[in-house]
Design a protein around this ligand. Structure first.
Ligand code: ATP
Ligand code: MG
Length: 266
């Protein structure tokens, strides 16, 4: 008998459309899971236009391109630690801001990244900011994740893009839909109406039943926090958006000290 680590849980956030709040949500979830005691890695897989480090006000966010090219051999040498006391720290793996060297990343690069993240046994969870679009690299990573979230907003264009994301995810996974999260909703009713519209289309046209995970309200404090390059939970810990993100994290489940499974030697 030998012990084999199960590896981290991969949680990916995509939307198709740009500007839906993927980076904000991924960062906020990373901080939330870290505060709950998980060992967290945030991978900024917005391979062309990485901006996680910018939202955090960091000078650099690690060196994902060097890891993918093999210039850096170890994941731990390519990440930077994000420490925002009194919050728990987490690691960030991003491309240096303004470099854009991974803008033409293909399926092979995404497969390589997914394999690398699945082997990242120093972490309980890897959160992946998929970036905008539904290109091959985005959908490859989306399909490899254990939990894939499709982030929609009440904006009709976001709904059509989210629908395409669901459709392509079903195709790549042989029928596993992403879970729906609504951002920038005016309230629970608005969010449910938005999610229902997407889930109805998925049901009618794709014969799929995506789950509804929850929503984050439209909150001007989010805009303010991003402008100040400070995390919302630091600037406004009591804000409704922070509470909503805690509820989303709880719906995803905490992965503390993931168990190791015994495997027979072949
Ligand atoms: N819950 C919210 N309430 C109010 N504004 C929000 C909320 N979430 C996001 N925003 C606004 O949306 C903008 C875009 O957010 P963010 O950069 O996280 O989106 P994105 O999906 O990562 O964008 P991109 O596709 O360009 O990577 C933010 O700068 C902020 O102004
Ligand atoms: Mg982004």
């Amino acid at each position: 008998m030998t012990l084999k680590s199960m590896g981290p849980r991969l949680t990916a956030i995509g939307s198709g459309k740009g500007g839906t709040g993927k980076t904000f949500l991924t960062l906020s979830l990373a901080q939330t899971f870290a505060d709950l005691g998980e060992r967290v890695l945030l991978c900024d897989a917005d391979l062309g236009l990485s901006n996680t480090a910018v939202q955090l006000g960091l000078a650099h966010g690690g060196d994902l391109p060097a890891l993918l090219s093999g210039t850096l051999g170890l994941l731990k040498d390519a990440v930077v630690r994000v420490e925002t006391p009194p919050h728990a720290g987490f690691d960030l793996l991003a491309a240096p801001a303004g470099v854009g060297s991974l803008v033409d990343a293909d399926t092979a690069t995404a497969e390589n990244l997914a394999a690398l993240l699945k082997r990242a046994i120093a972490y309980d969870r890897v959160l992946i900011d998929l970036g905008a679009g539904v290109g091959a690299a985005v959908m490859t990573l989306a399909a490899h994740a254990d939990d894939t979230l499709v982030l929609a907003t009440p904006d009709p264009a976001s709904l059509t893009d989210a629908y395409v994301f669901v459709k392509l995810m079903l195709k790549r996974t042989g029928g596993r839909p992403p879970a729906v999260v609504v951002n920038m909703a005016s309230g629970a009713h608005d969010a449910k109406r938005t999610a229902d519209a997407l889930m109805r289309s998925a049901h009618v046209f794709l014969n799929a039943s995506p789950a509804y995970l929850g929503f984050v309200p439209n909150d001007p404090r989010v805009v303010e926090a991003i402008r100040h390059q400070v995390m919302l939970c630091t600037l406004y810990p009591q804000s409704p958006a922070v509470a909503a993100i805690a509820a989303l994290a709880s719906a995803l489940g905490v992965q503390l000290g993931r168990p190791q499974v015994a495997q027979s030697l072949r």
